[in-house]
Design a protein around this ligand. Structure first.
Ligand code: URA
Length: 219
């Protein structure tokens, strides 16, 4: 079961995280936001200027695009949980450094463990490489879901282009839109487990063995 109280307690416990050099330059830790029991979780790269100020991931232009793409598949920001690979802003919005990712990854894995999403959509290269455990870049793997184990549970990982990259590249935005359109089917797949096979019919007295269910047209 997802554990919203444990998630809030974890966020509180790490609100002054000292694990890497970004602690010296950030305004605040940007832990995550949204539905703490969401089926769908997004993982971006790192807080930017606005996120660092407001303490909420994806509040800038990329966040507006993310919200609009969510709207196109009938979801609101409050339906999903949004986090980043790094919880603190790298100065000047530079790329996350390998040692910063290593220092911060325990927070992301704990978030996944406590939220228990069934679909994790990675936004861009950093989240995709970290959570897939593979070096393949986003251009090669976007839109191709993969089953993997995260936070001790099987999840469907869906790599997507980062909205910030798609903002100014119409072709990439179109691909991101098409990849997004796959999300509802992935969520539905995880929500409807295969029906249990009925027990074989008991033989009727005097009629002999029952027909296999499949011959009776039950499947
Ligand atoms: N805002 C975030 O919170 N994360 C990103 O990766 C980009 C913008």
């Amino acid at each position: 079961m997802p554990d919203p109280a444990a998630l809030a307690a974890y966020e509180d416990q790490w609100s002054a995280c000292p694990r890497c050099r970004l602690a010296e330059t950030r305004t605040q830790v940007v832990f995550g936001s949204g539905n703490p029991a969401a089926e769908l979780m997004f993982v971006g790269e790192a807080p930017g200027f606005h996120e660092d100020r407001q303490g909420i991931p994806f509040v800038g232009q990329a966040g507006k695009l993310l919200e609009s793409l969510l709207g196109e598949i009938g979801l609101a920001r409050s339906d999903v949980y949004i986090a980043n690979v790094l919880k603190c802003r790298p100065p000047g919005n530079r790329d996350p450094a390998p040692d910063e990712i290593e220092a911060c990854e325990l927070h992301l894995f704990r978030q996944i463990e406590l939220v228990e999403p069934t679909v994790v959509a990675t936004l861009g290269n950093f989240a995709t490489k970290l959570l897939s455990g593979k070096p393949h870049g986003i251009t090669r793997v976007h839109g191709q879901e993969q089953q993997t184990t995260l936070g001790g549970r099987r999840v469907c990982l869906l790599p997507l282009y980062h909205p910030a990259a798609a903002l100014y590249t119409p072709r990439m935005l179109q691909v991101l839109r098409e990849d997004f359109a796959r999300i509802p089917a992935l969520l539905a797949r995880r929500e409807s487990p295969a029906p249990a096979r009925p027990a074989p019919l008991a033989p009727l007295a005097g009629v002999g063995a029952a027909e296999p269910a499949v011959q009776l047209g039950l499947f």
